[in-house]
Structure formats: structure tokens, C-alpha cells
Design a protein around this ligand. Structure first.
Ligand code: NAD
Ligand code: DAU
Length: 343
């Protein structure tokens, strides 16, 4: 694999993957295909050698552009998406276009040129799980975490369009014999994450002198993984994954939201109780996510490196503290938008 297209490579997780590939695989050239929506940022690719990658600013729904790029590439690694649940609750429309039509457009180009296709998806396609205390095996019994066999049961316009995109990928493998793989990952954290998302929102709130905002009681659990571990997992699947297979990516990082807010405050030298409870996410706020990544670990030999959440969070706080220029200009608009829904 000498030339890969990374869609959404100027977003949070996609840009971390581009850095990972450029830094670790000198024989690979990367074409980033990104529309640069509000969530994309050219600066996420700063510092990368220009002879190792190119940025093409275009929509993945634009079949003509996608065709031209696909004609020169060996593989597509598909990150581009509308990715924020809260936004999907106010306007689902871009989610339907980008996540469904965009994925379809890329699959058709991959089919025409026989490209390897890896699809980045989310654990949210499986819906949610009960809290550990309400399960007979306390979360570690059979069927108490998501596995590749868990039935799809998405809750939001975001997760349902991701679920639909997974099904398109599965159908293109079965119908057209395309070499596809899918990965469903849990919640990522790390540098370059947009400040509308939970962890960077709270860090930048503290830096801006605003109280962190916790939805509802904060009992919802997310299974945190450092984005660098997501990148190494995707590279492993891209290069070793079996055709048609789905791999779940996670690093055993379950934490409830209240604990995360309190830890951020503590690591930033503030009073752990200095945050506000605000309106809960409207509709169905998924309760708990938890990944069983044993297939990826056992079949492909992947292991995560950044397993100490406290250390990873401290590094992330340091990054946002040192890179105020990256987020400052957007902060007021993001908070004004949340204020409209009492969040
Ligand atoms: P993000 O919102 O930070 O970045 C998305 C990127 O896609 C942006 O650069 C944006 O400009 C680009 N994009 C959006 N629409 C486009 C279009 N029509 N054409 C071309 N580019 C377009 O998202 P993220 O958090 O980095 O997530 C990346 C992928 O990983 C998504 O597919 C998401 O579903 C998946 N995922 C995210 C998480 C997480 O915790 N953030 C966890 C699991 C899976
Ligand atoms: O599980 C993977 C998914 O994780 C990805 O597919 C999504 O792209 C990604 O956005 C993320 O979805 P969540 O909805 O879990 O992430 P978010 O950062 O929006 O919220 C995490 C939790 O924190 C969730 O329970 C809602 C809560 N929250 C969020 C914000 C923005 C708060 O309590 N306060 C906040 O200000």
C-alpha cells in the first residue's frame, strides 16, 4: 500500500491518523480528502512534510473529484463524517448527506478501481448498555460489552447514519467482492479534538474562566481511548485485517462523565465541585458504552499504549493550554450555541 486516501484527514481523529502514518510509514503517500467543514482545520496538518501528503479540499459526495483521486490510489481510509450527536439532534440533514451519500460515493469509486476500503465507525451503532451495577456479571459477563456480534440499535441521527454507512460497506463487500473492513471505536480523546466535544469543552471552559457543564446527573459512562491508540489500531486493521471483518477498538477506559469533569478540575488545580449541572441531552442520551476488543487483540495482535487515563488527560490538558490559538477564536460561538439549549 503506497498511496492511501484519508477522508476527513483534517478533523480530529483523521489528522491524528495522518500524523501517525507519515511519522511511522515513510513509504506511504497520503491524500487527505476533506471538505473543511466547521470541524476540519488545515492547521491540524501543520508540520507534516509536504512531499509526503497532499490536502484536497472537496466533498466526499462529489463523485467527479472522488473518481480522480481514486484512480491514483491503493486504498481509502474513510474517517469523514458529521460526528457530533448534539448537532444531529438540531439538524440531521448534513449527517444524512455526508455519512450515507458520502460513504456510497467512496464505495462506488473503490469498486471501480478495486481499492482496499477501510471504514471508520463508532460503537454507537450498537446503542447503549445498562450501567455495570445493574448487570449480573457487573459489566464483565458474557454479552455485557459490545462485540462484533451485538445487534445494531442506534439512538440518534448521528449514530443511525453511521449504522447505515456500515451496512453499505458490508453490502459492497458481499455484492461486489470489495476488500472492506470496518472498525467500531469507542470515545476518543487527545489533541486536535473540536471544542464542542465533552473533554475539550470542559478543559477550554476552565482555561476561559467558565464553569464546566455536565449534562444531567453525569452518570453516563463512556469508554475512553487515546486517539493515538485508535490510529495504531486502524493501521493494524488496514494492513492485517481479514476481508469483510469488523473489529471493535477500545482500551478498557470506562469512566462516568461526573468523574471525568472532576478529574479535569483536579488536574487543572481547581475545586473538584466547581461545575454546573445543565440540561441533559435531548431524546435518548445513551447510558453506557463498553468495548470488548478481544478480536482485534487476539487475531491481529494489537495492544493499546496509552492506558493510563489520568496521564493521557493531563497531556491533553497541556496541549489545549499550550495551543490556545488553535481554539480561542471559536470558543464564544460554541458556548453561545450550547446556551440556546440550556447546556
Ligand atoms: P470530526 O468532526 O473532528 O472530523 C470530521 C472531518 O470530516 C472534518 O475534518 C470535516 O471537515 C470532514 N468532513 C465532514 N463532512 C465532509 C464531507 N462531506 N466531505 C469531506 N470531508 C468532510 O470527527 P472525528 O471525531 O475526528 O471523527 C472521525 C471519524 O471517526 C468519524 O467517522 C466518526 O464517526 C468516527 N468516530 C469518532 C469517535 C470520537 O470519539 N470522536 C469515536 C469513534 C468513531
Ligand atoms: O462513542 C463514540 C462516539 O463518541 C463517536 O462516535 C462520536 O463521534 C463522538 O462525538 C462521541 O459521542 P458522545 O456523544 O459520547 O461524545 P460527546 O463528547 O458529545 O459527549 C460525551 C459525554 O459527555 C456524553 O454522555 C454527553 C456528555 N456531555 C457532553 C458535552 C459536550 C456533557 O456532560 N457535557 C458537555 O458539555
Amino acid at each position: 500500500m503506497k498511496h492511501i486516501i484519508v477522508t476527513g484527514g483534517a478533523g480530529f481523529i483523521g489528522s491524528n491518523f495522518v500524523h501517525y502514518v507519515v511519522n511511522n510509514h515513510p513509504d506511504v503517500f497520503v491524500t487527505v480528502l476533506d471538505k473543511l467543514t466547521y470541524a476540519g482545520n488545515k492547521a491540524n496538518l501543520d508540520g507534516l512534510p509536504t512531499d509526503r501528503f497532499e490536502l484536497v479540499v472537496a466533498d466526499i459526495c462529489d463523485a467527479e473529484v472522488v473518481d480522480k483521486l481514486a484512480a491514483k490510489a491503493d486504498a481509502i481510509v474513510h474517517y469523514a463524517a458529521e460526528s457530533h450527536n448534539d448537532n444531529s439532534l438540531t439538524d440531521p440533514s448534513p449527517f444524512v448527506f455526508t455519512n450515507l451519500i458520502g460513504t456510497y460515493t467512496l464505495l462506488e469509486a473503490a469498486r471501480k478501481y478495486g481499492l482496499r476500503f477501510h471504514h471508520i465507525s463508532t460503537d454507537e451503532v450498537y446503542g447503549d448498555l445498562p450501567l455495570r451495577e445493574d448487570l449480573p456479571g457487573h459489566g464483565d459477563g458474557p454479552g455485557e460489552k459490545f462485540t462484533p456480534e451485538t445487534p445494531y440499535n442506534p439512538s440518534s441521527p448521528y449514530s443511525s447514519t453511521k449504522a447505515g454507512s456500515d451496512l453499505l460497506v458490508k453490502a459492497w463487500e458481499k455484492s461486489f467482492d470489495l476488500y472492506t473492513t470496518i472498525s467500531n471505536c469507542s470515545n476518543n480523546y487527545g489533541p486536535y479534538q473540536h471544542i464542542e466535544k465533552f473533554i475539550p469543552r470542559q478543559i477550554t471552559n476552565v482555561l476561559a474562566g467558565i464553569q464546566p457543564k455536565l449534562y444531567g446527573a453525569g452518570l453516563n459512562v463512556r469508554d475512553w481511548i487515546h486517539t493515538n491508540d485508535h490510529s495504531s489500531a486502524v493501521w493494524t486493521i488496514l494492513t492485517k485485517g481479514a476481508k469483510g471483518e469488523t473489529y471493535l477498538i477500545g482500551a478498557d477506559g470506562e469512566e462516568d462523565n461526573k468523574t471525568v469533569v472532576e478529574l479535569i478540575l483536579e488536574l487543572m488545580g481547581k475545586d473538584k465541585a466547581d461545575y454546573l449541572h445543565v440540561n441533559d441531552r435531548s431524546g435518548h442520551h445513551d447510558l453506557r458504552y463498553a468495548i470488548d476488543a478481544s478480536k482485534l487483540r487476539d487475531d491481529l495482535g494489537w495492544t493499546p499504549e496509552f492506558t493510563d487515563f489520568r496521564t493521557g488527560l493531563a497531556d491533553t490538558i497541556k496541549w489545549y493550554t499550550e495551543n490556545e490559538n488553535w481554539w480561542k477564536a471559536e470558543k464564544d460561538a460554541v458556548e453561545a450555541n450550547y446556551a440556546k439549549s440550556g447546556q
